[in-house]
Design a protein around this ligand. Sequence first.
Ligand code: HEC
Length: 341
Amino acid sequence: MPGEKINETEVVAPAMTELVRLAGNADQNRFVQYVTIKGLAFQHADWELAPEGNSSTQAAVEVPAAVMADGALNCRMENCEVAHVGNYEIWFRRGCKDCGVYYNRLYDLGAGGIRVGEDKMARTAFWPDAAWRDVVFSVVMLGGIVALALVFGPPELGKPPDPSIIEAYPRPDWYLLWYFAVLALLPHGTENYFIVFGPLLAGLLLICLPFISNRGERSPQRRPWAIAITLLVVIMIGVFWRAGISANWSPNFNALPLPKKVVGASTGPVAEGARVFYFKGCINCHLIERYGGRRGPSLTAIGNKLNKDQMILRISNGGLNNARLHREFDSSPTGRPRGIS
Ligand code: HEC
């Protein structure tokens, strides 16, 4: 500098970047506690600039501090002076709590005064920090199963199968009712593909999920969409389950011939039609007024809806799955439906 002489000048060459370190470790539950640094002056700390220089994205995040604190609890720095440092004054980095910086004089700092927190989100390692949850959950589950087995034991066996009982009861177990109701809505002919590939795709998706979407919020309060979708799925399953319960799964095999007051004639084509309707088994699946089964739609007013040709077409070709039902009954030697295939 002009006017300065080398032999009269005091030169300070800082050799350290860090002057004080509070080295606790919050991850291992080891903390530096109740340390107060008071009335001291810290001067001259360097920060080495890399040969390629430094261009910070924001707030000089890559620059450390002269006083570094990790895992510090209730520590204070007061009435101190920090000056001529190439970095920050103090940085409460990882796992610090209830610390304070009071009445210090900070000047000639390379990066800034006080830094709080880490520059990346805190992550918990799965092993061993997060794995204990899985362990606890598995133990509770297994314990629950063992306890149920001890307290209630296996369910009692029913009677052995009796081939003389021919009455069909095709309803699935209650927990599958909703699934069958979903299958009933699928386009004709796609059920088999859905049954085979649906669960496979769902399983693959669940396995891939941690790879596709592995960051973001975990707290349910901050995930309204996830909550809404889960609720929607639960409601949908409930609705399908109700539909499955109230659906008519089997024909009414005990239907009696149509009474006279419904037919309105005892001879002639109408009476003959009612006779065919009974003997061909149509009445097992279809209602006329309140008589018959509910497996197919009510045919009470079918004459207003379909003409003769349309009716023949519907019975022989069917919409969706009734072709099969109607064919079954046609080819059956007794003229009665064999049941639902
Ligand atoms: C095993 C049960 C079953 C039997 C037996 C049966 N049907 Fe059906 N039928 C159905 C079902 C189910 C449907 C509706 C299917 C659809 O729309 O895909 C249907 C539809 C019909 C329809 C069309 C109804 C409409 O509203 O479009 C007519 C007409 C019909 N059946 C007449 C008959 C007649 C006549 C017989 C006797 C010869 C008969 N069915 C026997 C199950 C049966």
